[in-house]
Design a protein around this ligand. Sequence first.
Ligand SMILES: [Zn+2]
Length: 319
Amino acid sequence: MRKDLLIGVDIGGTTVKNAIISNQGEMIAKWEIPTRLEKEGVHVPKDIWISIEEKLSDLKIDKNRVLGLGVGAPGFIDPETGKVAIAVNIGWKDFALQDILEELSGLNVHVDNDANIAALGENWKGSGDQVDNMLAVTLGTGVGGGIIANGHIVSGANGTGAEIGHITVERNGAPCNCGRAGCLETVTSASGIVRQAEKLLAEGKAPKLQERKEAKKAITTKDIFELAAEGDEDTKQLLNHVFDVLGFTLANIAITTNPSKIVIGGGVSKAGNLLLEPLKEAFEKYTLPRTNEACEFVLAELGNDAGVFGGAFLVLQNS
Ligand SMILES: [Zn+2]
């Protein structure tokens, strides 16, 4: 039987996204199941496989048409064994995700970090356009990163490759979820931006922002971008710092890997050109002119589907 189908799985702390995708990258079905966190997430692989079997049967698709399962999971993952060293939000520790799923499904299974998988997906079917060298950055609650170098994901020796959210950008910075301080995500994630805004307010600064907070109870990055666009100096200054730190960091990464595309995604990227334009300017300031010449900044296109497309592509790439 012709193996013309791929299954992409994107495991998150609250839901698992699954999709059946053709070899050509056509979405055939996508659905979600809740992530069962009880007993340190031990049921998650079985839940995933049962839901896939059900879907294949509903759609009358023979399992033998499936080339394999590509899975994105949170945390540090050994790319050789597909073992999750640690995924705090699920409870996994040295969890043999790949072996368990292979055993359950009888299919080839490939596992990598969710941010890396999302980068692969964007490159295959989104705004990456299948370039050989790409850098993907997700500015959400945290900062995720994925690097594609010479056509392949950079996972590294033990799964911490491309963890760009944890590049130190401030020597005595704010505490980070990783246990250290001053990481990129403490400054340029959505929560990092709001944290810096709250600090201004606590110091009695940024009166326009204070007004906004009193009216809305809580401020978001959207409020901060809006006020800055209206010409408010305090929020403009705050964002200029964010653009400068992010541009500086991306410039240094770009000098290492020389990407032709930098894809920016995540909630903060909804600011669109209000983010991209000043970010490009900061980037130019810190990178080699020749590195800059080759590099284009684009917004991510696939949103929540990037992970399942990336999982599917991982299967294709390894077949
Ligand atoms: Zn960190």
